[in-house]
Write a protein that binds this ligand. Structure first.
Ligand code: C5P
Length: 231
């Protein structure tokens, strides 16, 4: 069996992280969370006390960032200079600022190269349960980082469904107040991010999976179906 690369893009709250991770586990593949590299870069720049609007300083810091990204779908591991930043990079402090770093084009080029190298390494070495390859997930994996992936999926969901999911994740309920509180996280971030990458409309050859009316298991199945057609 040849090494397989599965690329999954989508807006926030589409479920792409949890679905991609589950797909990776079932197929015995590695899992690359590219959003975590942008979050780690943001953490590093803040740690260094940089002004995120200083594009050159931010780009330089990212070029020399001592990042170690784990790719095991069952053990999240993100280390920067020995700091375990796994939890810190998920906080609102980082979520609020990550777009400022992700819209820096030099940063995108640098992290894109890093992500590509991590993907290529997985094709070469094989992974946890004997499978070979990787599920890589983000905003521009199907289009920029791995347009040559074996399977390319755009995972979407209605705004209503995405807000409800994020609210549940962050606040434990999907009532009106919780949904209001997540609007900035979901909608503002996607709006900012879309100024530099297109992840709302599928590119040529990318299969759209709309998860609005699918539960978690059905969404995993829908992605596995896309993979089965190319495997
Ligand atoms: O997926 P996640 O919410 O962790 O992504 C965090 C941020 O990283 C996004 O809001 C976006 O700014 C950036 N990102 C990106 N390109 C990717 C993955 C994430 O710009 N491939």
């Amino acid at each position: 069996r040849h090494p397989v690369v599965i690329a999954v893009d989508g807006p926030s709250g589409s479920g792409k992280s949890s679905v991609s991770k589950a797909v990776a586990r079932r197929l015995g593949l590695a899992y690359l969370d590219t959003g975590a590299t942008y979050r780690a870069a943001t953490w590093w720049c803040l740690h260094l006390g940089l002004d995120l609007a200083d594009r050159d300083a931010v780009a330089e810091a990212v070029r020399t960032m001592p990042l170690e990204m784990g790719v095991d779908p069952s053990v999240e591991s993100v280390l920067i200079d020995g700091h375990d930043v796994r939890e810190d990079i998920r906080t609102t402090r980082i979520s609020e600022k990550v777009s400022a770093v992700a819209t820096n084009l030099e940063v995108r080029a640098e992290l894109g190269r890093l992500q590509r190298a991590l993907i290529d390494a997985q094709k070469a070495v094989g992974s946890f349960s004997g499978g070979r390859g990787v599920v890589a997930e983000g905003r521009d994996i199907t289009t920029v980082v791995a347009p040559d992936a074996d399977a390319r999926v755009l995972l979407t969901a209605s705004e209503e469904a995405r807000l409800a999911r994020r609210a549940l994740e962050l606040h434990g309920d999907a009532g009106t107040e919780a949904v209001e509180a997540t609007k900035d996280q979901v909608l503002r971030r996607d709006r900012d991010d879309s100024t530099v990458v297109e992840f709302q409309v599928a590119a040529d050859g990318v299969v759209t999976v709309d998860s609005s009316d699918l539960d978690f298991e059905q969404t995993i199945q829908a992605v596995l179906d896309v993979v089965a057609q190319v495997a």
